[in-house]
Design a protein around this ligand. Structure first.
Ligand code: NDP
Length: 279
């Protein structure tokens, strides 16, 4: 019988994870089945227990269950502990191990797929929700010169910067935080949008001149056509634009590695995803 994996979410029907992991399994010759499982908003733990009972070996977790998956995990990877959220579960010997591959996916997309080194760079991270929190440690691990976190509710950005100040100091990175307005007059080599503003079609109150010459604007959001943030970045002179489809493929490849010990190539899959989504 094939090894069984799933993605849990609510909603989950739109998830591309079953397609992605089926492609990885075919490409690497792994015998596994991967399905989408809709969990009731108040029934995540029960849904996971039912899945383990039928032999589930591992799972991905998406909105709105990443924090609950964190709490459900008996042990955690260091990056999941730092993120306070889990997107990858491993079920082994009656125990649940929680990991978070989102940040590794973002960093690999930027450094490997886009060929943009983060070392020594000035990075601006927009947003202070779960996605932002999950990528900070992996970003610091690339040893940029500085990381600034900006959020609509500026206090949340300040709290996040404080939570990662020890790690930033270890890596020799200057970390700070504030509001959009207080960022006027500063320029960055990489600006990452981890807000959900693009989901509702909204732009962001970006100060003028935040994009340094040769800069990369990266939107974690993806979809058909250019996102509002990437439209703003283009108008403000960002040299390179990227959406989050590569991050999606890379976080999945990292989860596949956690489960199977093999890292699938993502280039062919990414081209196919771009063709089918029009992104
Ligand atoms: P959360 O709900 O946890 O956080 C939302 C963030 O967006 C908060 O910082 C919030 O600010 C901010 N925000 C929302 N609306 C606006 C607005 N109109 N103007 C300014 N700021 C706004 O969401 P997540 O962190 O989980 O997800 C964020 C994004 O990242 C989503 O678009 C998601 O799809 C994407 N994502 C992509 C992944 C990928 O693989 N490509 C993986 C994970 C996430 P405030 O605190 O002030 O409310």
């Amino acid at each position: 019988m094939s090894d069984l994996y799933a993605v849990f979410g609510n909603p989950v029907a739109h998830s591309k994870s079953p397609l992605i992991h089926a492609a990885f399994a075919a490409a690497t010759g792994q015998d596994l089945t991967y399905e989408a499982r809709l969990a009731p908003v108040d029934g995540f733990a029960r849904a996971v227990a039912d899945f383990v009972a039928v032999g589930g070996k591992g799972a991905n977790v998406t909105v709105p269950f990443k924090e609950e998956a964190f709490r459900l995990s008996g042990s955690l990877s260091e990056r999941a502990a730092r993120a306070g959220a889990v997107n990858t579960l491993v079920f082994r010997d009656g125990a649940i191990f929680g990991d978070n591959t989102d940040g590794a996916g973002l960093v690999r997309d930027i450094t490997h797929n886009l060929g943009f080194s983060l070392a020594g760079k000035h990075i601006l991270l927009l947003g202070a929700g779960g996605a932002a929190r999950g990528v900070i440690a992996p970003l610091l691990g690339e040893r940029p010169a500085a990381l600034r976190i900006v959020n609509r509710s500026a206090g949340k950005a300040t709290d996040l910067a404080a939570a990662f100040s020890d790690l930033a100091a270890e890596q020799g990175v200057a970390i700070d935080a504030g509001s959009f307005e207080a960022t006027a007059g500063q320029a960055f080599d990489v600006v990452i949008n981890a807000t959900s503003a693009s989901l509702s079609g909204s732009g962001l109150p970006l100060p003028a001149a935040i994009f340094a010459p040769g800069s990369l604007a990266y939107d974690m959001m993806y979809g058909k056509g250019e996102t509002p943030f990437l439209g703003q970045a283009r108008a403000q002179g960002a040299a390179h634009l990227a959406d989050g489809l590569g991050m999606l493929a890379e976080q999945a490849a990292e989860a596949f590695f956690v489960w199977r010990g093999l890292r699938p190539q993502t280039a062919t899959l990414l081209a196919e995803l771009r063709r089918t989504t029009g992104a």
